[in-house]
Design a binder for this molecule. Structure first.
Ligand code: NDP
Ligand code: 2IT
Length: 443
């Protein structure tokens, strides 16, 4: 049995109840065969066995009192996965589906994503099964304060720097930052995605969605094509989706769909970003409201955005939302590019089908790295006690996305798998982390 197969089997045996984690590990390790099979140091130093084992997992009780005076208890966690190249860095997910498998898959992906940004950040992820939906501001504050009361013992600007993810936006980061500062008596860049009045970076809100579109633009350019005039199907209606849709419009392309967990919208004239922001960022309402703003658009219950004929498909909601039948529909409709704004939105089976049928597929760890890259720029600004203008941050973000594209493209070519950006991203992301781990000895 090859070294890679041996480690995949060990991960399955050791983590039988963690399907998402096993999925993420399988995808990454499979494409590392090209690298580890030709270099015996990796096996000798048990590099793969070490990289699939989190350095530390913290799991804790989060009690809080709801508006009816009832005590609620959630489970909080932080997976400090790998600090070989810098402090743990990654978001906090607040969603009822959160469990250890999901946070471990996200933390594992984050290691390679953060490496690809070229900036000195390790991989981590955390969250809770708390559901912010339908909660009052006071309830959200009570949860965030209780969550941070425990988490603050384990994080810090040079240790571990959490940020937003599903369910965690500016409001939640604000409450968590306030509690951290109060308990630790430190004004430091311990969280990113902060408000602009207390250390946040301009363009962090937009960064993931903008970065996604920048990398697609660069990919098309490298193929002698252009993003101008392209149509796109986008899923999700949160932070990533909204700013991807906005950047598409700014660059002369057009998103015609978006979705949330109840339904999806088809707007042939192009999704109205102002309406979407009003519904999701201001009212925190459902997409059913969209047709009030745009009577010509269609709203449908359930899922369906991948059946629309478009040039680009950008899944920006959650894991495993683009399945094999969706991949078949995209291929049948002549879609050119699938780029993942979300983390692992495409199943392994669907990914393979897309790649085998000539669709350019850009995995999340490259395509959505603009968010965490800009978080690292926020950390730099906090350390310098300085802030860059929107244009400065946006220019750096764009340059990072362009260089990520060429980095993964070059890695794929070097290993003889041209256009396989899954392999390119995994190899390029892995090599830097592995080099650092080898240099550090057996730790
Ligand atoms: P938000 O909470 O802002 O938005 C999430 C969107 O996806 C909402 O429209 C939500 O619908 C939908 N969604 C979430 N879970 C489900 C589900 N189980 N089924 C169907 N729809 C769902 O999160 P973000 O936009 O920040 O994150 C979206 C994705 O992008 C995630 O995979 C995240 O890990 C990834 N990502 C985020 C980054 C960031 O900077 N924010 C950076 C890199 C990646 P509803 O409101 O109905 O729940
Ligand atoms: O998945 C991700 O990269 C994020 N949610 C952003 C992490 C960060 O630290 O900005």
């Amino acid at each position: 049995m090859s070294y890679v197969d041996e480690v995949i089997e060990k991960v399955k045996a050791k983590n039988p109840n963690e399907p998402e984690f096993i999925q993420a590990v399988t995808e990454v390790l499979n494409s590392l065969r090209l690298v580890v099979d030709n270099d015996e140091r990796y096996q000798k130093e048990a590099l793969l066995e070490r990289i699939v084992e989190p350095e530390r997992i913290i799991m804790f009780r989060v009690p809080w009192v709801d508006d009816n005076g009832k005590v609620q208890v959630n489970r909080g966690m932080r997976v400090q996965f790998n600090s070989a190249i810098g402090p743990y860095k990654g978001g906090l997910r607040l969603h009822p589906s959160v469990n250890l498998s999901i946070i471990k898959f996200l933390g594992f992906e984050q290691i390679f994503k953060n490496s690809l940004t070229g900036l000195p950040i390790g991989g981590g992820k955390g969250g809770s099964d708390f559901d912010p939906k339908g909660k009052s501001d006071r309830e959200v504050m009570a949860f965030c304060q209780s969550f941070m009361t425990e988490l603050c013992k384990y994080i810090g600007a040079d240790t571990d720097v959490p940020a937003g993810d599903i369910g965690t936006g500016a409001r939640e980061i604000g409450y968590m930052y306030g509690q951290y500062k109060r308990i630790r008596n430190l004004s430091e860049g311990v969280l990113t995605g902060k408000g602009l009045s207390y250390g946040g970076s301009l363009a962090r809100t937009e960064a993931t969605g903008y970065g996604l579109v920048y990398i697609v633009e660069e990919l098309l350019k490298s193929k002698g094509d252009t993003i101008v005039g392209k149509t796109a199907a986008v899923s999700g209606a949160g932070n990533v989706a909204i700013y991807a849709i906005q950047k598409l419009e700014q660059l002369g392309a057009k998103a015609v769909t978006c979705s949330d967990s109840t339904g999806w919208v088809y707007d042939p004239d192009g999704i109205d970003v102002a309406a979407l922001k009003e519904i999701k960022e201001v009212k925190r309402a459902r997409l059913t409201e969209y047709t009030k703003y745009r009577p010509n658009a269609e709203y449908h219950e359930g899922r369906g955005v991948w059946n629309i004929k478009v040039d680009l498909a950008l899944p920006c909601a959650t894991q495993n939302e683009l399945l094999i039948d969706d991949a078949k529909a995209l291929v049948a409709n002549g879609t050119k590019v699938v780029a993942e704004g979300a983390n692992m939105p495409t199943t392994l089976e669907a990914t393979e089908y897309l790649q085998e049928n000539g669709i350019y597929f850009v995995p999340g760890k490259a395509a959505n790295a603009g968010g965490v890259a800009t978080s690292a720029l926020e950390m730099s600004q906090n350390s310098m006690r300085y802030s860059w203008t929107f244009e400065e941050v946006d220019a750096k973000l764009k340059q990072i996305m362009v260089s990520i594209f060429h980095n993964i493209d070059d890695a794929a070519k070097e290993y003889g798998v041209e256009n396989n950006y899954v392999a390119g991203a995994n190899i390029a992301g892995f090599k830097k982390v592995a080099d650092a781990m080898l240099a550090h000895g057996i730790v």
